[in-house]
Design a protein around this ligand. Structure first.
Ligand SMILES: [Mn+2]
Length: 213
């Protein structure tokens, strides 16, 4: 554990902003007990409809080792890396986790993208969550379960880099201009041999939802 809890909150008992400029990243630390985090991790491993992710790199379609799933209030359609997904309806477990995240952040979310990283060899390259389906500037709340992993931000112009470690059961929230000015990544590492599940709660634009179901 890198950060002492006493240093994490300012006078309003809000977590401090981890970015020096052009956006806000608040790290809340764990928002549930470690046994709850562990139970949710095991439950999601079994209960989520995990699918291999498909990405297009250098014009080639590749299947990633990392698995993903997409849930929401409505069958929203979401496109990234030239691949479209339709949101599945919330499970009870996901609604429980959504309620915890909404209570901690005082924000409302209508969808959740889940990622399963089987071990440290799997990660995500530098990117911003700036897809057109997402409400611009809306909070994106990232709940981590399972193995602790390093998470990094890089400013698009200055290349300033900020890293932090995401503990099991912890919450990280990105708001404001963060996606516009910063990229983030989950760097692969040889040090981690266990799996991590990440849930990113988001706000989709309602008008883009699919009406087919
Ligand atoms: Mn992202």
């Amino acid at each position: 554990m890198i950060n002492k809890t006493v240093d994490m909150f300012d006078d309003d008992s809000e977590p401090i902003n981890r970015l020096p400029k052009d956006g806000k990243v608040h790290y809340y630390g764990p928002v549930m007990s470690s046994s709850n985090a562990n139970n949710h991790f095991k439950g999601l491993l079994e209960g989520i409809e995990w699918k291999n992710d498909v990405a297009v790199m250098y014009g080639k379609k590749i299947v990633t080792q990392r698995k993903v799933a997409w849930y929401g209030d409505e069958p929203y359609r979401y496109t990234y890396s030239n691949h479209t997904k339709t949101a599945l309806p919330w499970s009870e477990a996901l609604l429980t986790l959504k309620a915890i995240v909404e209570k901690s952040t005082q924000e409302i979310f209508n969808s959740c993208l889940l990622n399963l990283y089987h071990n440290g060899s799997e990660g995500v390259a530098w990117h911003s969550d700036d897809e057109k389906e997402l409400q611009r500037g809306a909070a994106i709340a990232s709940l981590s379960l399972g193995a602790e992993r390093k998470f990094s931000f890089k400013h698009k112009q200055s290349k300033d880099t900020i890293s932090l470690y995401l503990q099991p059961g912890s919450l990280l929230v990105m708001t404001g201009d963060t996606q516009r000015y910063w990229q983030h990544c989950l760097p692969p590492t040889k040090k981690v041999h266990a799996a991590r599940i990440n849930l990113t709660f988001r706000r989709m634009n309602i008008e883009i939802k699919s009406h087919s179901i």
